[in-house]
Write a protein that binds this ligand. Structure first.
Ligand code: NAD
Length: 430
């Protein structure tokens, strides 16, 4: 099939590359010219395991990136994969969605063929029907030279994405399920062929149910994490190993072992903003989502616990050199958006500490968020002469660190993720 993917970030680029791997002709539309050039040269602008090899195999063949919308009229399916960040009021900022929908609408003015427009971005229930559809219809018909009205030739689908950064290619190619919300059965029937070749249960729903499935999934996973963190904090107070507890709990098939790892909390570009957006959506209809608010409150508190434990061990932080090991919001990615290391570093700075940071992939992205700390390309350099160390990301390679800790001034190590093999580290909840 001929596909256009609008937005070439973590979701758009991975989707475009994987759809080209499935044999489709893919045009990736990305407004950032530097990303376009990099993608066309076969160099992914983000780090994702397996992405580079796949991109190299398809770039310039059945995958092309461009910064204009010229490919849209030829596309049978157009995906919207632009960002939906949090607004200051906690709701989802849909300005990029509206802008992409407008550009797509304008591009479709001259088209007479049938297109399906699929929203892959995470959007509040109602967005596809009440924002995307009217904007596309307005701009595709305005001043149209076409003899037919193109707006009737566009079907609308909401196809949420569930990939995990760090495992995005694997998750895309082997999804647990594919959710297809559609405006009408013609759109749904036409659309589902794009996933031919993948083996996964396919669930067809209304547009709004598909939108709600994505928020509900993220809210549930975030709840599991905050629940585990609360239990972890209690366990620490009682001198119990929360990891032993959760091993026993997770083997119950009604619970399952995933997302029960207590630690410094959830970050990333999805969970914090999506739980906040769901709270906002609930409050807008007069509900008081107490559970979701607690999930966020527990998550906001965990980084402070890292600082409290640190201060208990080293005293006043002014002038102390603190190594922060792990900046990405999770292992396997260079993405530092909403990483739990951000509030930790900000608080260290506020208290006058000198921050020496290391991450295998995320130093460049963190240096855009917090430029004025010391970044190192080797963990030994960050640890050298440090008064204490905080471990903030579960990179497996951190489990191999051992003698590097001997370079510290005093060997005080506090883990926000259970990953180290050295015995004398203290855990946030263990
Ligand atoms: P991102 O910020 O990494 O990428 C968005 C891209 O869209 C950027 O490269 C940006 O330059 C581009 N863009 C913005 N406006 C554009 C326009 N008008 N035309 C063309 N390109 C445009 O975001 P992301 O992490 O890929 O997330 C995208 C959406 O998918 C969000 O709604 C997010 O919640 C959702 N999502 C993300 C993940 C994830 O793990 N990152 C997983 C599932 C769903």
């Amino acid at each position: 099939m001929k596909i256009s993917v609008v937005g070439g970030g973590y979701v758009g680029l991975v989707s475009a590359v994987c759809f080209s791997e499935l044999g489709h002709d893919v045009n990736l539309v990305e407004i950032d010219q530097a990303k376009v050039e990099s993608i066309n040269q076969g160099i992914p602008p983000i780090y994702e395991k397996g992405l580079e090899e796949m991109l190299l195999a398809h770039a310039g063949k059945n995958l092309k990136a461009e910064s204009n919308f010229n490919s849209i009229p030829d596309a049978e399916i157009v995906f919207i994969c632009v960002g939906t960040p949090a607004s200051p009021d906690g709701g989802a900022d849909l300005s990029m969605i509206a802008s992409a929908a407008k550009s797509i609408g304008i591009a479709l003015r001259k088209s007479e063929r049938y297109h399906v427009l699929a929203v892959k971005s995470t959007v509040p229930p109602g967005t596809t029907d009440l924002v995307v559809k009217p904007v596309v219809q307005k701009y595709s018909t305005e001043g149209s030279m076409s003899s037919t009205n193109p707006s009737v030739n566009i079907g609308f689908v909401m196809n949420p994405e569930f990939l995990r950064e760090g495992l995005a290619v694997q998750d895309f190619m082997k999804p647990d399920r594919i959710v297809v919300g559609c405006s009408d059965s013609k759109a749904g029937d036409f659309f589902v062929d794009v996933y031919k070749g993948l083996e996964a249960p396919l669930i067809r729903t209304s547009l709004t149910a598909a939108e709600m499935i994505k928020y509900t999934s993220n809210a549930f996973l975030a709840t599991k994490i905050s629940f585990s963190n609360e239990i972890g904090n209690i366990c620490k107070g009682l001198g119990i190993d929360v990891y032993e507890v959760m091993k026993g709990v997770g083997l119950d098939h009604r619970i399952n072992p995933h997302f029960l790892n207590a630690g410094a909390g959830f970050g990333g570009s999805c969970f914090p903003k999506d739980v906040s957006a769901l709270i906002h959506i609930a409050e807008n209809i007069g509900e008081d989502p107490v559970l979701l608010k607690s999930v966020m409150e527990i998550n906001d508190r965990q980084p402070n616990r890292m600082i409290e434990l640190l201060e208990k061990r080293v005293g006043d932080l002014r002038g102390k050199r603190i190594a922060v090991i792990g900046l990405a919001f999770k292992d396997g990615t260079d993405d530092a958006r909403e990483s739990r290391s951000i509030p930790v570093i900000m608080e260290l700075k506020r208290r006058g500490a000198i921050v020496a940071a290391y991450d295998p992939k995320a130093c460049p992205s963190m240096s855009k968020i917090i430029p004025d700390i010391f970044y190192y390309t080797d963990p030994s350099d960050a640890l050298k002469m440090a008064d204490a160390c905080l471990v903030m990301t579960e990179w497996p390679e951190f489990g191999l660190l051992d003698k590097e800790f001997d370079l510290m001034c005093s060997k005080i190590v506090i883990e926000g993720r259970r990953i180290l093999s050295c015995k004398d580290a203290e855990g946030i909840c263990w």
